[in-house]
Design a protein around this ligand. Structure first.
Ligand code: PGA
Length: 250
């Protein structure tokens, strides 16, 4: 089963609107006509009204780093799916480890957000991954299974088709320590097997599983050569057009 890779930029809390626009202006010509992979940018919510129109008509999709599961309401500081969609956003990150670590996001919240994103027709990128202590204690596969099961509660095989998973070992995020291709592949296989158990072999074999954690132009090729790695979620190395386009063209 061939899966079209997704190469995604997680800009986190970086860039002003002017810097975001300068990135897009420099980046688009570097990836013109690149159709082998899907490419997506995930900027801060205040940058969406700048980045989405700037990417319109190009081969670059744009999504949010987070959304609330409620349609609207008294949730100070949050962004609704309706607001994202009204701007033309198509993708959303859900449950990034920084959201889990600093903003108390649980598997239950991730699950609610996933249901809401699917209902609205967004492409959700569900982030999972173990912390260093869990890896060292030999609990990686248990943690991944728990996170997948929690995120996918109540999701049917029919509804699951747009879902993308991003495996991001927390110890490799922003640390310069990348998982070796073998370590990453091993985790991806565990995740795919768990998806198969929950949603069936067909859904599992077509679901894209991205790797994230210190992906750079010089390590992306070896990671992408692994059978179960279907793309990358890139933080630090996605902030510069040259480096992110080099990753997209691995
Ligand atoms: P990094 O971040 O590439 O800077 O490690 C990845 C992520 O957090 O999505």
């Amino acid at each position: 089963m061939s899966r079209k890779a997704l190469i995604a930029a997680n800009w986190k809390m970086y860039k002003t609107p002017a810097e975001a626009l300068a990135f897009v202006d420099a980046f688009l010509p570097l990836v013109t006509g690149h159709t082998r992979d899907e490419i997506a940018l995930f900027p801060s919510p205040v940058l969406l009204p700048t980045v989405i129109p700037a990417c319109k008509g190009s081969n670059i999709a744009v999504g949010a780093q987070n959304i609330h599961f409620a349609e609207e309401g008294a949730y100070t500081g949050e962004t609704s799916i309706g607001q994202l969609k009204a701007l033309g956003g198509t993708h959303v990150l859900i449950g990034h480890s920084e959201r889990r670590q600093y903003f108390c996001e649980t598997d239950e919240i991730v699950n609610k957000k996933l249901h809401a994103a699917l209902k609205a027709g967004l492409i959700p990128v569900v982030c999972i991954g173990e912390v260093l202590q869990e890896r060292e204690a030999g609990k990686t596969s248990d943690v991944l299974k728990t996170q997948v099961t929690g995120a996918f509660a109540g999701i049917t095989p029919e509804a699951a088709e747009p879902i993308v998973i991003a495996y991001e070992p927390v110890w490799a995020i922003g640390t310069g320590k990348t998982a070796t291709p073998e370590i990453a592949e091993d985790a991806h296989r565990t995740i795919r097997a768990e998806v198969a158990k929950l949603l069936g072999a067909n859904v599992a074999s077509s679901m894209r599983i991205l790797y994230g954690g210190s992906v750079k132009p010089d390590n992306v090729t070896a990671l992408m050569a692994q059978e179960d790695i279907d793309g990358a979620l890139v933080g630090g190395a996605s902030l510069k057009p040259e480096s992110f386009s080099a990753i997209a063209k691995y």
